[in-house]
Design a protein around this ligand. Structure first.
Ligand code: BGC
Length: 721
């Protein structure tokens, strides 16, 4: 929200700025790499692409290299922001140049991808979303903001609010799964956690909601690929999560790389101006994705970089992340009138507003090396990372083997059980090797004896096998799409080999996405989906396996039976005229089921819950529903109670189920509780053929249960009041 005092200061400053200085504010610079021979990041990437350098060599070079932060450009007022300048000392050095050596002393804003932790890496977002716990999401965001801000960072390129219905897309790892409501609530909690209600705090970060919009709907699950959908679907399934995160107060928004029905988001005026600014009233800053403005030439929507700059700025883009198109061309574009001066002033104002809101003009040096050191990876942070990991792991199968009894002789199999650094998962740019604990580390720490299974040795004598399978950290995330979601042949062979021994097998699955776990179901007695759990991976896994923690997480994306089910795997699909059935001419596959192997909302506990007495009535505000949930086992446990609805007859075909609300119930053995939900009437609305938002009279079914497949039903004859 605009603050009159800040607006006045912006106007004062704008009136003093030259055209060049205004353009400089729009430019976010990355640090070029200075090696033994001077190579730019772009040159290194080209060398990797054409095979002159391996990816590993490039990584080594990039992380060991010194960075050139283009000090002369900074002095000349040609840089408004940095991407990825990590470290308070270096940041303060640059900030001193900006504040003391530029003509107007405008401070820099420093952005970085703090996605699931900064130094204390917490579970990947897809994992953490399975906790269905807004309070946890906010607390882990707060912790990462404390660490990142101490390292000189002012803004994080998070949360990602991209609804992700296709697990082939590697960035599903960064999302809260396939549901719009969950992604919105996740985004909202993260924004609150990063920003607090006072951005001038030294431990606050500005949040940048990304990737606006529908980046998760890339065709074929291929990263950066086209997105094309009906406007109704866009409004109902994809926009709401960004809207919630933006309306939670996020001060920045990043348009996505992809095109949306033929118009790349970076130059998409409908998105950046009509929806974001006019409809939602957003008055923060927009910043392109990395190099995305220049890539509009590759899209074939811009003639050249100059044309791309013109289109992006006119569409509503404020800051150019690293492409340099704005820096090189905006001056001329304004001089020729191709970009109105008012539009440039607006963009500069949005950037200055955020700098004022962060308090950077009055207080530009927000941290120093001592604070930085003290903030990182504290025992309290490790404890929170462990709690987050415990609550993110989904128990998918248990034939009674878990929890493990103390004293069982363990044999440890699968390389991921030993590789601590794989536990960080994707997007952990400030992770330090050695910080994560593997399963092996945790067993050592707890002095639990184990034997390691070696490929070329006979199987060790043991009571139970713990077998780690799945993906390493580079197999999901950006540019890590997969055509096949099947387990590797090596993983399947290992599971079979262990099963043949006749000893019980626990499969611990590490991955950044849902995988086809059929072979694990066939060969393991228990399956724990551990995702990429972060620094406390091993200890949290043992907490769950030994029953010190009763698992409570539930899937936020269904797990496929076969890769070919994608992208039609998601739970809130619409109805067809020929729903899958035994009859041949129905909507199904010849060679795979249509249902996921593990459905949305699914997750086991070491206790069981019984649902009864569902009721639902219309109220002035919407629908009030209730259900009784009882813990019928002999352990305390948390149950995530999920409330869905279905509109059986409407003017457009509606989903078979839609999540409306959820609540976590902590229940002692034998305890039962009445859980109530109030669903606002807007939840039942949708867009008709002419894009009118309508709420129909008529039957609404309410379905409540512990996953989308197992629910009780109550009906409401809904009438507009
Ligand atoms: C990603 C963004 C990220 C940016 C800056 C891009 O490649 O798509 O999510 O914020 O890089 O690191």
């Amino acid at each position: 929200m605009k603050h009159p005092e800040i607006e006045k200061r912006i106007q004062d400053l704008l009136s003093k700025m030259t055209l060049e200085e205004k353009v400089g504010q729009l430019h976010q610079a990355g640090g070029s790499i200075v090696g033994a021979f001077d190579l730019s990041l772009e040159e290194i990437l080209t060398m990797v692409q054409d095979g002159r350098m391996t990816e590993e060599e490039a990584h080594k070079m990039i992380s060991n290299a010194k960075r050139d932060w283009h000090e002369d450009d900074l002095r000349a007022g040609r840089i408004g922001s940095y991407l990825g300048l990590v470290g308070s000392e270096e940041m303060n050095r640059m900030q001193h140049i900006a504040v003391e050596e530029t003509r107007l002393g405008i401070p820099l804003i420093n952005g970085f991808d703090v996605i699931h932790g900064f130094r204390t890496i917490t579970p990947i977002p897809l994992a953490e979303s399975c906790a269905w716990d807004t309070d946890l999401w906010e607390r882990t965001a707060r912790m990462s903001a404390e660490e990142a801000a101490a390292a000189g960072i002012h803004m994080t390129f998070s949360p990602m609010a991209d609804v992700s219905k296709d697990p082939r897309w590697g960035r599903i790892a960064e999302s809260a799964g396939e549901d719009a409501l969950l992604n919105g609530l996740y985004g909202e909690a993260k924004v609150k956690g990063y920003q607090t209600d006072d951005l001038t705090r030294h431990d606050a970060l500005a949040a940048c909601v990304k990737h606006f919009a529908a980046y998760g709907a890339a065709e074929g699950g291929r990263d950066y690929n086209r997105v094309d959908m009906s406007p109704q679907r866009f409004e109902e399934e994809y926009l709401p999560s960004y809207e919630r995160a933006v309306k939670a107060g996020a001060r920045a928004v990043m348009p996505a790389f992809n095109d949306l029905s033929g118009v790349p988001c970076s130059v998409n005026k409908k998105l950046l101006t009509d929806i974001l600014r006019r409809r939602w009233g957003f008055d923060g800053m927009t910043i392109s994705d990395a190099n995305a403005i220049a890539e509009c030439v590759n899209h074939g929507i811009a003639e050249d970089r100059r044309d791309a700059a013109r289109q992006a700025l006119n569409a509503g883009m404020d800051m150019d992340m690293t492409s340099g198109c704005f820096l090189d061309h905006v001056k001329e574009l304004v001089e020729t009138g191709e970009v109105p001066m008012e539009r440039l002033d607006e963009a500069v104002s949005d950037i200055l507003r955020l700098k004022f809101e962060l308090g950077l003009f009055d207080d530009p040096y927000r941290s120093g090396p001592e604070q930085e050191k003290a903030a990182m990876l504290t025992p309290a942070h490790r404890a929170l990372a462990r709690e987050a990991a415990q609550r993110s792991m989904v128990l998918l199968r248990n034939d009674g083997l878990l929890p493990l009894k103390a004293g069982l002789r363990i044999a440890l199999a699968g390389k991921l059980a030993f590789e601590k650094d794989e536990m960080s998962g994707t997007w952990a740019g400030s992770y330090q090797p050695g910080d994560c604990k593997s399963i092996q580390d945790a067993l050592d720490e707890e002095h639990i004896a184990y034997r390691a299974v070696a490929e070329d040795q006979p199987l060790p004598d043991c009571d139970v096998f713990l077998c780690a399978i799945g993906e390493g950290k580079n197999e999901s995330g950006e540019a890590a799409s997969r055509a096949s979601l099947e387990l590797t042949e090596a993983d399947i062979a290992l599971l079979k080999r262990l099963k043949e021994s006749g000893k019980p097998v626990v499969a611990v699955v590490f991955a950044g996405r849902p995988l086809c776990l059929g072979p694990a179901v066939e060969n393991a007695d228990a399956i724990l989906m551990a995702w990429h759990p972060g620094v406390e991976a091993g200890p949290a896994i043992l907490d769950v396996l030994y029953g010190r923690v009763n698992p409570s997480a539930k899937l936020t994306a269904g797990f496929p039976s076969a890769s070919g089910q994608c992208p039609s795997l998601y739970y809130d699909h619409i109805r067809t005229g020929r729903p899958a059935g035994k009859f041949k001419y129905t909507s199904k596959y010849l060679d795979a089921p249509v249902e996921p192997l593990f459905p949305f909302g699914f997750g086991l506990s070491y206790t069981s819950f019984r649902y009864s007495d569902i009721s639902a009535v219309q109220t002035g505000l919407g629908i009030h529903a209730e259900i009784t949930v009882q813990n019928i086992g002999d352990r305390a446990g948390d149950e995530i109670v999920q409330c869905y609805f279905r509109d059986p007859v409407a003017r457009r075909v509606r989903p078979v189920r839609k999540l409306a609300a959820f609540e976590k119930a902590a229940l002692r053995p034998g305890e039962s509780r009445r859980i109530a939900f109030d669903i606002p009437k807007a939840a039942f609305g949708y867009y008709d053929q002419d894009m009118n938002f309508v709420i129909d009279d008529g039957l609404i079914e309410i379905h409540i249960g512990g996953n989308v497949r197992d629910t009780l039903q109550a009906n409401v004859d809904y009438r507009s009041l």
